[in-house]
Design a protein around this ligand. Sequence first.
Ligand code: SF4
Length: 287
Amino acid sequence: MPPTESLTERLARALAAGPSIATQAAAAALAGLRGCDAPGAAAVVARDDELCRLLAAGFGQEAALAARLAELAGAARCLGCGACCRVSSPTLYQEDLALLGPQGPGREHFYTLRAGEEVHSARLGRRQVLEQELIKLCEAPGGACVFLGPGGCAIYDQRPLQCRWLECWSGRHAGQLSGRPRLTRTQAFAGDHTARALAAEFERKLPAARLAGLLAAAAGGDDQAAEEALAVLEQDHGLRAAIGGRYGYGAAELKLLLGRPATAIARAYGLAVELDPDDRPRLRRMT
Ligand code: SF4
């Protein structure tokens, strides 16, 4: 690309090369102008009727194409690029309580991070120990929100407060919600005394902070901690099976009621359970 080439000139060159190259150039231009990621810009270009029409019309439409891209880049609204949804899933606030009700997408799509767990904060860009529990939407493999699909957000009209608050075009970010009360399991299970009692008992028996400490030490090579962590993992598995079997909670709802299974937490430390040659379970560092 010549160093002084304008956007219009670049688009003209791409349009002359054919629709596929032109579409890529339009997405790259939008990503640069708007600051969204490449997959998000490509999705916006593919969904915008005006851009699709201009790209199909080909060479000669470069000025109109550049104008439409500039218009989209400066729009004070969500373009549905999904860039924020790919970073992580949202945390719920008290305003989001209805999402867990019968009109919501289903309780199996939520989970709890317990106080004392060490988690990665996408906003802070580092790991932190949680001082209070968080309820979140589940994530797909790779970390994106489970509701992000090829067509954008599958629950857009019901999306949580954090998603509605965030404005990439204005700089409004999730951290500005930190003063608002977050949703807790006490509220999520307000009408279910048994569930709340089970969660409290589980917390007493298997505090998240103890597991976090053992896993951190085990990941650092402490064999004694690895042995103890393994015992906690077995206890966690047994308690979940017992609670699920006796009270009828499925594995998906247990993620919300009791937090993530200890094996899932161990994976965040790079540790997995495997059987040794004598068929005894042990913790192994994942490569
Ligand atoms: S709920 Fe929708 S808007 Fe919010 S992170 Fe998930 S996909 Fe994105």
